[in-house]
Write a protein that binds this ligand. Structure first.
Ligand code: PAF
Length: 282
């Protein structure tokens, strides 16, 4: 596995793959890899000749400096996991390598980026789109892999690719869960034992919501029901509960009669967790 710390090194590695007419799958990550990331890598491997992973804790998508500082990092462990999975190259740039100090250009999906989690974390999806478009430009891959857990991020990236005619196919990969149902996340290691247990309420709420959905339900009623359900767990500090159209993230009017996505965000201690499930009322 080639370890590339500069853009030039990664470009050279990909040029080598391209010279042999090999397709390239890109797996952008912020490191501290878990089985969810490994599923992205395995999917990329199954669909491409070569796989490039990136590890970069992107400062421009963190509103809160303490969240950025607290983000867990373990490069050696990440390298070992990627190597064991047969990744061909990993790009691990420094902040200085990624961002020119005089940078003036950002990328933003105006509407989608400012709804839901975007409203809660202003600038977050602008940071994501900017870094992802830079990674796309540097890696020149055929496909890029993103977890469905951050459903809004996946839609934002797909919209950016469509709107800017980027020559890459974004691929969404289903959420990977621990055996007890907690969605895998690099943040889970920061949960106390009690909060780790309490956080199971999110997946339970998604199952409850899925069960409760029918075309007799109004969105507001379902959101209120989910609020009541999660509030039974005193350690959960609810940030958002949204039931939205699964394709546009607009709030459905009246009764639910087409696929929706339930999007949950809650804090356990100081750790913000998100989870989601697409539900079809039919
Ligand atoms: O989902 C993530 O880990 C990040 O938002 C991404 C896509 C790597 C961009 O920094």
């Amino acid at each position: 596995m080639q370890i590339c710390r500069t853009k030039a090194e990664l470009r050279e590695a990909v040029k080598g793959f391209r010279a042999q007419n090999e397709s390239v799958g890109l797996v952008p990550t912020m490191g501290y890899l878990h089985d969810g990331h490994m599923t992205l890598v395995r999917t990329a491997k199954a669909q491409n000749d070569r796989v490039v992973a990136t590890i970069f804790v992107n400062p421009t998508q963190f509103g809160d400096a303490s969240d950025l500082d607290a983000y867990p990092r373990d490069e050696d462990r990440d390298f070992a996991l990627l190597k064991a999975e047969g990744v061909d190259a990993v790009f691990v740039p420094s902040v200085a390598e990624m961002y020119d100090p005089n940078a003036q250009t950002t990328v933003e999906t105006e509407q989608l980026a400012n709804l839901l989690m975007g409203a809660l974390r202003p600038g977050h999806y602008k940071g994501v789109c900017t870094v992802v478009s830079k990674l796309f430009n540097i890696a020149q891959a055929d496909r890029a892999y993103f977890g469905e857990k951050d459903y809004q991020q996946l839609l934002v990236v797909k919209t950016m690719v469509r709107d800017l005619d980027m020559p890459i196919e974004p691929v969404g990969v289903p959420t990977v869960r621990e055996v007890d149902g907690l969605a895998m996340s690099s943040r889970n290691v920061r949960l106390s034992l009690e909060d780790r247990q309490a956080a199971l309420i999110l997946n339970k709420a998604l199952a409850h919501g899925d069960y409760e959905i029918s075309d007799e339900r109004e969105v507001d009623e379902l959101e209120a029901e989910l609020h009541r359900f999660i509030s039974r767990e005193p350690r959960a500090k609810i940030e958002t509960i949204d039931v939205r159209d699964a394709f546009t993230l607009e709030k459905p009017q009246g009764k639910i009669n087409s696929p929706v996505v339930i999007l949950l965000a809650a804090r356990f201690g100081d750790v913000l967790l998100i989870d989601q499930r697409v539900c079809d009322p039919s």
